[in-house]
Design a protein around this ligand. Structure first.
Ligand SMILES: [Zn+2]
Length: 1063
């Protein structure tokens, strides 16, 4: 092959080729130096600077001032609009001409009022093709606008990527010129770089590697950069090499364009709107130029933003979706966190997402797409399946710190046994660039060699880098089938998964959650966001339930479907994997808090509206409407508002606030004309009842105080607090069973040093456990609060550190099986972690944690590396440690981080990371946790309803009109194992008179149950989570009840068609 020296030195030959394509060395004579030919400055440059993100039409009418290359602009989060007037020299006729633009920040080119391409240095997008070939008659003068956002691809961190943004950062434009582009040089550069990649990637033990290197060397020999007529010979050498094929057994790589855009992270939501436009308009250009190029795009919310802000671009995306080049994936509203959102929230992610995709792109997504989320709930397979999705793609588990996950392609089996086909791109990335190294890694790292012969390869810069580049596409096209390398296809998710499904017979199965052994601090960081999330999930639950009841009972009531959809979408947006996790900058957190406030205020208005509708038209006293939004009977003390803003304690005793053990409705309402100190068990599953004068109160003895300690006793449990507020004893009165381990104390606050390796807001490391310091209080701080009546309480202050303090009210109510700890913390720390511990007099190798629509067990020991890597885990409303016949449950109203090691239950309360938000979690916090000792299993003891009660307090709504005279209940379920989780109006229903009910089996058992309703139901039919009717047809409905059969942790949805209104 080679004419010159017979002997070639590996290193010098390799470096010779490298220098030939180098952008740094010898550009005066090498090939790279010839990529661009003649150049000339733009005719005129002017700019306009604004702190706002203006629409194009508004921006271009502003006052533009002369500008020049080298100018600085800023600061961070501002926008600089450049008007670029250019004239292409006549001499360039026949040539390809580019606008070369280099500036800090992220740019978007506008031409004739439409966005046409993104410009980002970090995304290797620094030139815009003005014309492929300048024609003699083409206009040579035009005006473009470049909208430059004053933030980098990854925000504007001061000094480090995840540091808080630098508000003073300035930006600079360093190049704005026209240049002739030499396409033939470019092609040779792509080939030479690939040949170098093959030589390096396959190494000196491999024959093909030498062939690649010698081919490249020979290309350098024959190619004179100054003489384009020499290029075809070099090109032919490359084509010969890449045209050499090999056998059929080779692995196939499915290369798909992608651009992972974090919906908010190191930049605010509003900037993401523009990131989407910049990225996708660039993708449109690539799809136009490369008909075989396919781009996978997730997150309905981002597409919705583009639809409303850039309708022209949206129409183009729809066009390319029809052609199959633009492929919506994921099916969810955003790429949400996979751990923290409730089960219902996860359902809504899919419901809102799939409906949007169907509406805007004509079909729903077939793949769940969550490449960058910090762990995956074991309920996801069931939720996916019931949302029309059997395929799942992620890669985040490659970030595991301790154990490497054993598969890249496998069946993932969820809590209920549902299976989906899961694929992790073996290259462990969602931002590949099409290099030979990545292609080889994809094959080498595949953990399922021999089982499957296909892999995904996602290429493109994310987060505003504009996604893939033409160079990436060209590289991958060149590698389609060449000896020595895997086959590469520009492919689609559909083709990849079909290929995997075709050979799934040998795949292994992974059962249970996909736990990420990293980022475990995200269960706790930014407590206010977490609290907002939990609270808004409750509000929307209550609003939907009450509005549904109002719809069923009042002919006048209009279900607020549109507003509820907006509020849900707002909540779902903030479940994005860098928002609810607390790993965002302060700007985003502030926006999230505003969103939660919106949901709260609208939610409260909607609750009042529904209450008003429920009260209308029925005789009865005016006053308060007491509403139980849970599907079971409740006997609870509640605070009733009194004139003047004061409250008094009341107790719900079923309907009418009278003790009435026989008939207590579920999901019901009651009205309360004369708020009083009264006890009341409210009717379940949304019960409405009216409160009358106080009944015979089952009050308990007041807390007793001896030697500075306080004992609270309600006849069910007896709580003893030491003089500093720690729990020295917790006894289940009936059995005399002690729940606190001998010689220990519970309610022990502990402080840890919390300095991770890098990802500050994200990570808590195993070694933090070695820095445990109990926070010791001062004796004598414990005081009795409420005494006697239906509630007893004690409170104390605790100095956590010189800067942080805590106060707590420990509350025990009549009839309540758990003791509550209302906690207020003033938190001013740096890199500390606050938890509270309860050593239990319980021994078990595993603890139970609530997850979406169910629960799962995790070990309490550190036997294996898989066990100890779960030193900090997540849970929803409760966790439990039980041995045979007895256990202790720890409930919470807004926390997610937890652990049980040995017999110690620990709830994670507050962290103090400083990046990317230096102010995160500083200030005042309020939260409640509760402790419930129980006999028997947690299922039989009612831990699950107790945790619901803590999270869904009885509502006492002002009744504007006459409230229903008698309490009534809309729904009840006969089995304690089955929870009626959601009642809402069905998405599509004739005249709006169809309700959707969602129930799940919560005990982990096969259960039959009867669902009873007092509503006028005409027809009942099962449906999936997208509310599509089950083909088996209507259920048998007799005497207002119907039978349902559940498998463990099964979620079932039901459509109830209501009878038309009487008139
Ligand atoms: Zn992400």
């Amino acid at each position: 092959m080679a004419a010159a020296p017979a002997l070639k030195h590996w290193r010098t030959t390799l470096e010779r080729v490298e220098k030939f394509v180098s952008p740094l060395y010898f550009t005066d004579c090498n090939l790279r130096g010839r990529l661009f030919g003649d150049s000339c400055p733009v005719a005129e440059l002017s700019s306009f600077l604004t702190p706002e993100r203006l629409p194009y039409q508004e921006a271009v009418q502003q006052d533009f001032r002369p500008a020049q290359v080298g100018d600085s602009f800023g600061p961070t989060w501002w926008t600089c609009w450049f008007r670029v007037e250019l004239t292409i020299p006549e001499a360039w006729v026949g040539q390809e001409v580019h606008l070369r633009w280099e500036s800090d920040g992220e740019g978007l080119v506008w031409r004739d009022g439409e966005p046409v391409q993104g410009l980002t240095k970090e995304g290797e997008k620094t030139s815009y093709i003005l014309t492929d070939k300048l024609g003699e008659k083409d206009p040579r003068s035009l005006t473009l606008y470049v909208e430059v956002a004053c933030n980098g691809l990854l925000g504007a961190g001061k000094g480090s990527m995840i540091a808080a943004p630098d508000p003073e950062k300035m930006f600079q434009v360093s190049r704005a010129e026209l240049a002739v582009f030499h396409r033939d040089v470019y092609k040779l550069l792509v080939d030479l770089e690939l040949l170098l990649g093959i030589a390096k990637g396959l190494g000196e033990d491999n024959q093909r590697s030498f062939q690649a290197l010698y081919t490249a060397n020979q290309m350098v020999n024959v190619c004179d950069p100054a003489q384009p007529e020499t290029f075809p010979v070099a090109q032919a050498l490359a084509s010969k090499f890449f045209g050499q094929r090999w056998g059929e057994s080779q692995h196939t790589i499915h290369a798909m364009g992608h651009c992972h855009i974090d919906t908010a992270w190191l930049w605010p939501f509003k900037e993401t709107v523009r990131k989407c436009a910049r990225s996708w308009v660039t993708v449109v250009q690539l799809m136009e130029r490369n008909p075989e190029f396919i781009f996978a795009c997730s997150q309905a919310q981002q597409l919705e933003w583009v639809r409303s802000h850039y309708p022209g671009l949206h129409a183009r995306l729809q066009e390319f979706a029809c052609r199959g080049q633009f492929v919506p994936v994921g099916g969810t509203w955003v790429e949400m966190d996979g751990n923290l959102p409730s089960g219902e929230s996860m359902v809504r992610q899919f419901l809102q997402g799939q409906n949007f995709f169907r509406q805007e792109f004509g079909k729903m997504c077939s793949e769940f797409w969550l490449p960058d989320t910090f762990g995956y709930s074991a309920q996801l397979p069931q939720i996916m399946r019931s949302c029309g999705i059997k395929r799942f793609l992620t890669q985040k588990l490659s970030w595991n710190l301790v154990n490497s996950f054993p598969h890249h392609t496998f069946f993932w089996e969820g809590l209920d046994g549902s299976q989906v086909l899961a694929h992790f791109p073996p290259g462990d990335s969602y931002g590949m660039q099409g290099s030979v190294e990545e292609v080889l890694k994809t094959v080498a790292k595949n953990r399922d060699k021999g089982r499957t012969n296909h892999s995904a390869f996602l290429f493109g810069f994310g987060d505003g880098g504009g996604g893939p580049t033409q160079t990436m596409v060209d590289r991958l096209k060149r590698l389609c089938n060449t000896d020595g390398l895997p086959r590469v296809q520009l492919s689609s998710p559909e083709r990849l998964f079909s290929a995997l499904e075709g050979h799934s017979g040998q795949l292994c199965t992974w059962v249970g959650e996909l736990f990420l052994e990293l980022h475990n601090g995200t269960y706790t960081t930014h407590a206010q966001i977490k609290k907002g999330n939990r609270e808004c999930e409750r509000i929307l639950h209550d609003v939907e339930l009450l509005s549904s009841l109002a719809l069923a009972r009042s002919t006048q009531f209009l279900y607020p479907a549109a507003l509820l959809q907006d509020l849900w979408r707002l909540l779902l947006l903030n479940q994005f994997h860098d928002v609810v996790t607390g790993s965002c900058i302060q700007l985003v957190a502030e926006e999230a808090m505003c969103h939660y406030e919106d949901i709260r205020s609208h939610g409260n208005t909607l609750l009042s509206a529904a209450a008003a509708a429920l009260c209308a038209g029925e005789p009865g006293p005016e006053g308060l409407l007491i509403v139980n939004t849970l599907p079971w009977k409740r006997t609870e003390v509640l605070a009733l508002p009194r004139p003047g803003g004061a409250h008094c304690l009341g107790m719900s005793w079923g309907e009418k606030f009278l003790p009435s053990p026989g008939h207590r409705p579920r999901h019901g309402l009651c009205s309360c004309p004369h708020p009083h100190l009264t006890a009341a068990p409210a009717a379940p599953a949304a019960c409405v009842c009216s409160a009358r004068a106080p009944a015979d109160l089952a009050s308990r003895p007041p807390p007793t105080k001896t030697d500075g300690s306080v004992t609270l006793d309600n006849g069910i449990i007896r709580v003893r607090l030491d003089p500093t507020g720690r729990l020295t004893s917790l006894v289940l009165v009936a059995s005399g069973r002690e729940a606190i381990a001998e010689g220990t104390v519970g309610n022990q606050f502990v402080l840890f040093d919390d300095v991770p390796l890098y990802w500050d807001a994200w990570d808590v490391m195993d070694y933090h456990l070695e820095t445990r310091k109990p926070v010791l209080g001062q004796a004598g701080t414990l005081a009795v609060g409420t005494e006697g009546g239906v509630r007893g309480s004690a409170w104390f202050l605790l100095q956590i550190s010189p800067n942080s303090r805590l106060s707590q009210e420990v509350v025990l109510d009549v009839g309540c099986p758990y003791v509550r700890f209302h906690t207020e913390v003033h938190w001013h720390e740096a890199h500390k972690f606050l938890k509270v511990e309860f050593p239990a007099r319980v021994r078990s190798p595993q603890a139970t944690y609530e997850v979406q629509f169910g629960h799962l067990q995790r070990p309490t020991h550190y036997n294996t590396s898989w066990d100890w890597a779960r030193f900090e885990v997540w849970a929803h409303r409760w966790m439990d440690l039980s041995e045979h016949g007895f256990g202790l449950a720890l409930l919470n109203d807004c926390k997610y981080g937890a652990s049980v090691r040995g017999n110690v239950l620990s709830l994670s309360l507050l962290r103090a990371p400083k990046s990317p938000d230096a102010t995160v979690d500083m200030g005042r916090h309020e939260f409640t946790y509760a402790l419930m000792p129980h006999k028997g299993s947690f299922q039989d003891a009612g831990v699950i309803p107790a945790a619901y009660s803590l999270n869904f307090p009885l509502l006492a709504l002002p009744a504007p009109g006459p409230a229903p005279a008698a309490a009534w209940s809309a729904f009840s379920v006969s089995s304690p194992a089955v929870v009626l989780e959601t009642v809402k109006q069905a998405e599509t229903s004739p005249q709006g008179r169809t309700l959707l009910l969602r129930l799940y089996e919560a005990h982990g058992s096969h259960s039959d149950c009867w669902l009873h309703t007092s509503l006028p139901v005409q027809e009942a039919v099962l449906c999936d989570l997208l509310e599509r009717r089950d083909p088996t047809g209507p259920l048998l409905l007799r005497d207002n009840r119907l039978k349902l059969t559940f498998a463990p942790f099964q979620v079932q949805s039901l459509l109830l068609l209501l009878q038309p209104p009487p008139n």
